[in-house]
Design a protein around this ligand. Structure first.
Ligand SMILES: Nc1nc2c(ncn2[C@@H]2O[C@H](COP(=O)(O)OP(=O)(O)O)[C@@H](O)[C@H]2O)c(=O)[nH]1
Ligand SMILES: [Mg+2]
Length: 319
């Protein structure tokens, strides 16, 4: 199983080996990976579900419940557990794997852990591409669990058709320090650990924060659950089904195509800048030294690179 064609064919046949191979090609950004992704793009089906929130909020416990729920209606489920703080894959998120262990032997559940690695587009690019592979392989939904509520998570939320933000009582400062706007990344705000005291205050706090949302934005639903004792989960499944039903397959594909293009353009922009830095200053390290030595300002670098690019285009245009 070496050529891109073999991998693509294998995925069509539901081969786990082909899926695993495609995922590592994609994560390593190997040369065949864009061929694979390009081919798989139009084969995506079902929806992606992003789950984000602070560590310990119960995301993995909730994902475990979701897997059970979707398996009970005979869907295959893909899970990508993302930890931006971890440089490793596989060994990362051991706790999450243990939390989802009841599904470890189910061949219709595919769980992949990802840490930050060398993917061109960073973790969000790797996550996007991995979720495309799983979605094209027939996993529906593909669930993406990310730790935290920072930039990486917002990017992951952008990828997903439906996003859940999981909060829990007793977060105190964490909730307070959440950046304005963080609440808006969730289509549903899940208040987990409703079996604990403090759930009332949390709900009041969240609702008060939502009242401050700029008009015109869609307000997320707020749903209390207990992932451990199962309370409220039926309400959550219904809310998720309602949201899933509002996206048609075609809409989803087209919207995802536009988002993906924008991300890829950003990734290309980074690559392109690196090339220009190489041409103009002998690379990033050299230019960083000049900046640190006070011999160059960042704005001057930006201007020089643009001028260089313009010269290159003019040169080509006059050929
Ligand atoms: N009391 C209570 N504990 C929960 C609930 N959901 C998760 N937990 C516990 O919270 C801890 C962290 O859960 P985990 O799913 O790993 O959180 P994650 O870091 O967000 O993935 C575990 O000990 C869970 O058993 C809940 O609804 N109620
Ligand atoms: Mg977790």
């Amino acid at each position: 199983m070496n050529s891109s064609m073999d991998i693509i064919r294998g995925i069509g046949e539901g081969s786990i080996r082909a899926i695993a191979k495609a995922l590592s090609e994609v994560e390593n950004g190997s040369s065949g990976s864009t061929d694979i992704l390009d081919y798989l793009f139009s084969r995506q089906q079902g929806f992606t579900l992003g789950i984000t929130g602070p560590p310990g909020a119960g995301k993995s416990t909730l994902v475990d419940r979701m897997i059970t729920r979707y398996r009970s209606i005979d869907n295959s489920v893909g899970v990508i557990a993302v930890d931006p703080s971890s440089p490793f894959t596989g060994g990362a998120l051991l706790g999450d794997r243990i939390r989802m262990q009841s599904h470890a032997t189910d061949s219709k559940v595919f769980i992949r852990s990802m840490g930050s690695r060398g993917h061109l587009g960073g973790l969000s690019g790797a996550t996007r591409d991995a979720s495309l592979v799983l979605s094209a392989a027939g996993y529906n939904p593909v669930i993406i669990e990310t730790v935290g509520v920072g930039q990486a998570e917002v990017e992951v939320a952008e990828l997903a058709d439906i996003t859940l933000l999981v909060l829990v009582p007793g977060l105190g400062d964490d909730v307070q320090s959440m950046k304005a706007g963080i609440m808006e990344i969730g289509d549903i705000i899940v208040l987990n650990k409703s079996d604990r005291s403090g759930i009332e205050q949390l709900e009041n706090y969240v609702k008060a924060s939502l009242d401050l949302m700029p008009p015109g934005l869609k307000r997320p639903e707020v749903i209390r659950v207990s992932a451990t004792n199962g309370g409220g989960l039926e309400d959550l499944w219904c809310a998720m089904d309602r949201l899933a039903a509002t996206h048609s397959e075609k809409d989803k594909l087209l919207r995802s195509a536009v988002k993906t293009m924008n991300q890829i353009l950003r990734e290309n922009g980074v690559l392109f800048s690196e090339k220009l830095l190489e041409l103009e200053y002998n690379g990033r390290e050299a230019v960083e030294k000049l900046i640190l030595a006070g011999q160059l300002t960042p704005y001057a670098v930006g201007r020089k690179l643009l001028e260089r690019a313009e010269r290159m285009f003019e040169h080509n245009g006059s050929k």
